[in-house]
Write a protein that binds this ligand. Structure first.
Ligand code: BV8
Ligand code: ZN
Length: 247
């Protein structure tokens, strides 16, 4: 570790040690060391198609089996994946903060369920999860892992196509997830942003919201992002190495 990084880790530890209200926002980077591909890591493309075209309602309508099986493949990656030291450190941090009477809110953009597997409780899944599927048209939802199909299942209630229960580009985040996340960052004393490129809204907007509400931001990422300029402390390195030093 460089002295600069050591000093930044020490400052971040101080900020976390007495933060009465802690909010955490994670992105795909926190799962990279579990072997899960980040969007950017995959070059932001899938079959040569930009994610923004593929992970959309139109993308699904154009190629329902293709999109469904893209999620099935990503879910299959999870069978081999385990939470890494970063997920485990956040679960410890939650217990420590709650143990000293503070408040702790974890909002993730990830759909891999690794925070829950590491012991984090009440994790807010801003972009949904791969544990359930829902009807493309009506409210019908079913807890079932997304597995490969030759044809996507149809809704038993209205006959429309079922789809992964995730938030695609151009879709609003579920209020049940977004509102508690907004509330947490509006009240937080510190927001810890880990492994997110801070480019996808409205999730990325939570960082600005924390600043606007007087919260301080600690960013942990391999590289600078648009959020770095807002951070009181920016830690550049791997989440699996740095987070255990903070918690
Ligand atoms: C909405 C789905 C409106 C599940 C995801 C122009 C045209 C069209 C749309 C827009 C536009 N401009 C803005 C928009 C809105 C759009 C948007 O923000 N686009 C961006 C690309 C500009 N947002 C939306 O469409 C949102 N909806 O706006 O709806 C609306 C409103 C009201 C009513 C109706 C409609 C919906 C956004 C949600 C999209 N779904 N996921 C899934 O398939 O996973 S987003 C998806 O990509 C991920 O969830 C992730 O959040 C995002 C970014 O991917 P990555 O960059 O890979 O991941 P991440 O950001 O986490 O970056 C990885 C980081 O980790 C990197 O910085 C890397 O350095 C770091 N890292 C890597 N390894 C490590 C590490 N750090 C530490 N340690 C390591 N080891
Ligand atoms: Zn239906």
């Amino acid at each position: 570790m460089t002295d600069k990084l050591d000093a930044a880790v020490a400052r971040a530890r101080e900020m976390l040690a007495d933060a009465p209200r802690l909010a955490v926002l994670t992105g795909s980077g926190i799962s990279a060391e579990s072997g899960i591909q980040t969007f950017r890591g995959g070059g932001g493309l899938w079959k040569g198609t930009p994610i923004e075209d593929f992970a959309t309602p139109d993308g699904f309508d154009r190629d329902p089996v293709g999109v469904w099986n893209w999620y099935a493949q990503r879910r299959a990656e999870l069978d081999a994946a385990r939470p890494n030291a970063a997920h485990e450190a956040l679960a410890r941090l939650q217990r420590d903060v709650l143990g000293r009477g503070g408040t702790f809110t974890l909002a993730t953009q990830n759909i891999d369920g690794l925070h829950q597997a590491a012991g984090s409780t009440d994790a807010i899944e801003l972009h949904g999860s791969m544990r359930s599927v829902r009807c493309r048209d009506c409210e019908h939802r079913r807890e079932m892992p997304v597995e490969p199909v030759a044809a996507v299942p149809t809704c038993p209630r209205c006959g429309a196509a079922m789809r992964p229960d995730v938030v695609w580009f151009g879709e609003a985040l579920p209020e049940a997830a977004y509102l508690p996340a907004v509330e947490a960052v509006a009240e937080c004393s510190v927001l810890l942003a880990v492994g997110t490129s801070a480019t996808v809204y409205p999730a990325a907007g939570l960082i600005e919201w924390a600043i606007g509400s007087g919260g301080k931001v600690i960013e942990l990422n391999l590289e600078p992002t648009p959020a770095t300029r807002m951070a009181a402390v920016a830690l550049h390195g791997k989440a699996g190495e740095l987070l255990p030093r903070l918690a």
